[in-house]
Design a protein around this ligand. Structure first.
Ligand SMILES: [Zn+2]
Length: 299
């Protein structure tokens, strides 16, 4: 009898857990946000991780297999994934979810995009023509997109609908109270000048009223040149710059060269979940970003 009970226990433990939903996300921030809503009810996959530049991803077979069985897709949109996601979807062929379909969520459709170009010219580099897609670094945008995800999941998995809505309500309440704390803490950053590698920190800076006065890329998607770096060096001589920031997946070289030449601190901002060891969720993301900027700025 004992043996039989043991056998039963092992059998139960070894049975793969049946998830109510399979969710494919393009970036770790959407995986994390979706997890806050579903907890253990969904199998959530992120196509990319914090060490990858999401503009440039290979349409690997593993991505195709994952998207094929997804019930819901959550990506950024505004052309951020234009280099690989359409190809992954096309190759998946029989995917349950198709671009433009109702279970395909593009975050960019639910938040106001900043930095919309006033003219489109290929000579300007790899410009994001619909506006800046790096929108998750403003927590107000996370709340807007979270609401869309919670409503969608409640609709297609109505059995767990109340659970998803309650989790999102708890998450929003916690996020709203943290936002107040962060905004208070970051008052010292208001109005300071910063240089970034690419305009991928713009929503964080827009939220906290930090000014981007230059980018290490001479044009979007174009790596720093020595001519451009020396122009930035004179810019730092004419303006007080609080820090030079770049993301974990970007080259440290140009930032460090400029930091040394201009005696301005260079910092790595986590950019997304996993972007530093301390960043395991969206709360950590804003907390660590603000702490890093405050310590770089000094007094
Ligand atoms: Zn970009």
């Amino acid at each position: 009898m004992k043996k039989f009970i043991l056998f039963l226990m092992v059998a139960i433990l070894a049975t793969p857990k049946a998830f109510a939903l399979n969710i494919f996300t393009c970036e770790p921030e959407w995986k994390s946000l979706t997890e806050e809503i579903t907890k253990d009810k969904a199998d959530i996959y992120s196509a990319t991780n914090a060490s990858q530049d999401v503009h440039y991803i290979q349409a690997k077979p593993s991505l195709i297999a994952k998207i094929r069985k997804a019930d819901v897709v959550v990506c950024t949109g505004a052309d951020l994934e234009v280099g690989w996601l359409p190809l992954v979807l096309r190759k998946a062929g029989s995917a349950k979810v198709q671009e433009g379909g109702e279970n395909f969520i593009y975050a960019a459709q639910y938040v106001p995009l900043i930095e919309k170009p006033t003219r489109i010219d290929r000579a300007d580099g790899d410009v994001h023509v619909q506006g800046n897609p790096h929108l998750h670094l403003n927590p107000y945008n996370i709340l807007k997109v979270g609401k869309v995800i919670a409503d969608k999941l409640s609709e297609i998995d109505s059995e767990n609908g109340e659970f998803y809505q309650k989790n999102f309500a708890d998450f929003s309440a916690k996020m709203n109270s943290q936002i107040k704390v962060w905004e208070q803490k970051a008052l010292r950053l208001k109005g300071v000048n910063a240089i970034t590698n690419h305009k991928n920190m713009s929503y964080l800076f827009d939220w906290l009223k930090i000014k981007t006065i230059g980018t290490l890329e001479p044009k979007p998607g174009i790596p720093a040149t020595s001519k451009h770096l020396s122009e930035l060096k004179s810019l730092t001589e004419q303006n007080k710059v609080a820090f030079i920031a770049y993301a974990p997946f970007e080259s440290a070289k140009p930032a460090e060269w400029l930091a040394k030449e201009s005696r301005v601190n260079s910092i790595v901002l986590p950019y997304t979940i996993g972007g530093s060891e301390q960043v395991n969720n969206l709360f950590d993301l804003y907390q660590v970003s603000i702490d890093t900027m405050l310590s770089a700025k000094g007094n």
